[in-house]
Design a protein around this ligand. Structure first.
Ligand code: PLP
Length: 386
């Protein structure tokens, strides 16, 4: 093990997280219970939504959202090419079709022009993904959805906290789903939250996340609860636990601080790369604020003698972990073969993907770590210039 290795991600853990988890374990209430309810309430007021329903992942929350809006076999859902498989797989659960469209060259977010082109009489939902926490063009997307009577479920797995034209992500569309996966900007190991202003969606998803049981099922073992319950639909086992909520409560207390740390790293990287002509840095649009979950760079391959894969290996040799977010959906055998997706239909994603590298950006990185990353990238691009 190289002790000087700067990993791609490291969770930010303090005594507060540890004490909250220990307190939960000692309390004897480990699964969904009082801390989950408290976390939902606090998260809800942080976001400013009407309802927040916790689940054990983004994937579970977004599956519940599609179920609650009544997605059916044969329906179509428009999603961007550059995202994680979860965005697409939840659509397949229903026998519905993920309609994969190209992204914008500057933000890597779904392109509203491509959405408009992809709408058919079968389209039911648009799932914009806020890439790296950078909000999509929600004004344009909302317009398209209104015009064609579509629902919008935002994939805000990266977007805690982020704002679009002054509005917090989580308050704009029919539903917004967040992820609390270990690497995310608010992490509980695994976890997710569905935010909505629609009471029917909130109610249905809170029933379906716990086996389709029609009341506060988690209370059945408390002094206020009753042994009696009724199942109204074959639901799922998607509930959040109080151990996760303990981490969530501690992380939520410092969410603005964590955001400032990431923004500061982003600014230092931007400065460090300002005069590097071999890479393109990622710009945030002026009318919105990112969560800075990712720090992507694009290698100018035309000016370099190595490819992206080799660049990542060289960075690793210099003690720096990096990654690629994401391998576009149409390059995965399942989506490519099942939905007959062809590279030529995704010219923008195809330009981005071979050049894309995501660098470490996590609160707790020291100034010297940040400088080591910028120095190493700058050294490699100089070393391998044409
Ligand atoms: C864009 C995006 N959507 C959805 C997910 C799925 O989140 P979870 O692991 O909480 O299900 C991820 C996870 O990495 C993601 O990056």
């Amino acid at each position: 093990m190289n002790n000087n290795f700067i990993p791609f991600h490291k969770p930010y853990i303090t005594e507060e997280e540890i004490n909250e988890v220990v307190d939960t374990i000692r309390s004897g209430w480990w699964t969904t219970g009082p801390k989950t309810i408290k976390f939902e309430k606090e998260f809800n007021s942080f976001i400013g939504a009407k309802y927040s329903v916790s689940a054990n992942s983004w994937t579970a929350a977004a599956h519940l959202a599609l179920e609650a809006i009544g997605l059916q076999k044969g329906d179509e859902v428009i999603i961007p090419a550059i995202t994680f498989t979860a965005t697409a797989e939840i659509i397949c659960y229903f026998g519905a079709k993920p309609v994969v469209v190209d992204v914008q060259p500057d933000t890597f977010n779904i392109d509203p022009i491509e959405i408009e082109k992809a709408v058919t009489s079968k389209t039911k939902v648009i799932i914009p993904v806020h890439y790296g926490g950078h909000p999509c063009d929600m004004g344009e997307i909302t317009e398209i959805a209104k015009k064609h009577n579509l629902k919008v479920i935002e994939d805000a797995a990266h977007a805690i906290p982020a704002t679009y034209k002054g509005k917090k992500i989580g308050t704009i569309s029919d539903v917004t789903c967040f992820s609390f996966y270990a690497t995310k900007t608010l992490a509980t190991g695994e976890g997710g939250m569905l935010c909505t202003n629609n009471q029917a969606i909130a109610k249905r998803s809170s029933i379906m996340r716990l086996h389709g049981i029609n009341s506060d099922a988690w209370k059945r073992y408390t002094s206020e609860g009753s042994w009696f319950y009724e199942v109204i639909a074959p639901g799922f086992k998607y509930n959040f636990t109080d151990i996760q909520a303990a981490l969530g409560l501690a992380q939520l207390n410092k969410v603005d601080f964590l955001w400032k740390c990431r923004k500061d790293i982003k600014n230092q990287y931007d400065q460090g790369f300002a005069s590097n002509e071999f890479i393109k840095i990622y710009k945030i649009k002026e009318d919105r604020e990112s969560a800075y979950h990712l720090y992507p760079i694009l290698l100018d391959l035309e000016k370099l003698t190595i490819n992206r894969s080799r660049f990542i290996d060289e960075l690793k040799d210099l003690g720096i972990g990096s990654s690629v977010h994401f391998i576009p959906l149409y390059r995965h055998p399942y989506y490519r073969d099942t939905f007959e997706l062809e590279l030529k239909n995704f010219p923008v994603s195809e330009k981005i993907y071979p050049r894309l590298v995501t660098l470490p950006i996590w609160p707790g990185m020291k100034s010297e770590d940040i400088h080591r990353v910028t120095d190493s990238v700058n050294l490699l691009t100089r070393k391998f210039k044409k």
